[in-house]
Design a protein around this ligand. Sequence first.
Ligand code: AGP
Length: 589
Amino acid sequence: MCGIIGYVGKEPAAPKLILGLKRLEYRGYDSAGIAVRGKEGFSVYKRKGRVSGLESAKDLTGGCGIGHTRWATHGEPSERNAHPHIYGKFAVVHNGIIENYRELKEECRARGEEFASDTDSEIVAHLLAFYDGGNVLAALKTVCARLKGSYALAVMCSDGEDALYVARRKSPMIVGKGETGLYAASDVPAVAECGELYSLADGEFAVLKGGDIRFYTAEGEIRKEKMARGSAEDIPEKGGYAHFMLKEMYEIPASIANSLVDFEENSRFLAFNIVLCHTEYIQIVACGTAYHSGIAAKYAIERLARIPVEVTVASEYRYCNPIVKENTLVLAISQSGETADTLAAATLAKERGATVAAVTNVRDSSITRIAHFVLYTNAGREIAVAATKSFNAQLALLYSIAVALATAKGRAARFEALRVLPSLSAQTLAGIEEIKKVVPLFAEADSVYFIGRGADHCAALEGSLKLKEISYLPSEGYPAGELKHGTLALIGEKTPVVAILTQRALAEKTMNAVSEVYARGGKVLLVTNIPELAAREEVFESVLLPACEELFSPILSVIPLQALAYYTAVFRGNDPDKPRNLAKSVTVE
Ligand code: AGP
């Protein structure tokens, strides 16, 4: 989603802003811009499209500037809607959504002010000009008190000394000290050179000036602890792979190994284990890929621990007046830990009395401040917009929870069945290039369908989402039994259908659906761990998976589906790392 970078220091700001924006490109955006403070006021460069369009601004002089990558919410992607927004002596970049911008705009228009963009963000510059009484921090505090919604803001002023003013509510903002100056950014990779980093909490402000950073709340100045630094701040490298997505797929075995937790063995999880003993109901809230891992968790938890699990898309949970019974555990799953809908759902669940455990891949992300317990997947930073290794890592952790819940309830479940998953995933990965032989069929299709029953249903949904996201092919995933209730009408000569079949007890039932597709001329790609099925005449092509505990098979079966999406996207000339219109973390509602 949108990205922010700011710099104030001894060196020219422009190259640092452009570099920072390049490092934020993976978040997804459709326009970019920078503003640098010079002797004659601001120099502003904005471009629709890629950050590389800003290269001509590199020679600007001036050691104070702000930059932004915009993912359009209010107003089309265009230069006039790109940030920074300038009004009077203020330049502003904003992440988030100002929900009451319409009424605030009316107020400004009534004073005769005109707006240069269609965005909600521009209102901040107008209000700063209105409330400016010579103290920029005071004006910013007053403006923030008037805003409804979410924001990370970086502001600079064309008069006075070089300085940046930043604020945060429900949208990440960090500040840091580097060798040549001070930085502000929405995400760590943008400021990887900083030796010291500080993460702002909701309601906090910072002023970056004269080589020093000072922190404030609405009430007054505060002290802040430095952020602990881990591998998260590493500058992303493709490491010889053509794309981050491919590299991240090859990191799946390590991400599974690092995310499995033997809760019984690990005393760090004692308190969580006690919660598991008392848990009678589970609700899972998540979006997109994380929602699909929730569906896999439902199958595993209900089967192993016999505890009822409800999986709800987070954006629905928050508005469905959810019933939270006593002893309910809510698992809020979010790779980024910043998805606005998941944060809101987790907050609501907590207010209604649930114990909330966050499953996230990002240390210190916003969801970790909401949840009672934080369970980290250790997949490492994921750069490609399409989630791959983080999904497998989520499954590893959620299956670990299923085993722990079963044990807590006195039911038989073996953690050992999970220990083999890293090596089985490596075996699966070793064969992924095979999938290339069906890519031309898929790449030219009008639409593609994915079907699976039981535990295989989640892989069908995730395979379909991956294909949509990066190949832009219309695609749907269904429980296999649903095909005949409508979708069969869409199957014709050469329609590709991916059938995932790893549950022996359900094999013949799913093969019925395969036969129905074959009878109508459709081409079935069977992803299975049952070798004899691959030889059936109804099967056009097959991928044979290594045998594993059936309940956990989605962690393997999704791998060829991720590969299918990747190679199809590349075949169609798309950039799989930066799909159009999509963002890595969706920080707006
Ligand atoms: C996955 O490929 C997608 N980019 C998207 O569906 C994603 O999973 C969803 O936005 C949720 O993100 P989160 O896990 O960071 O909360």
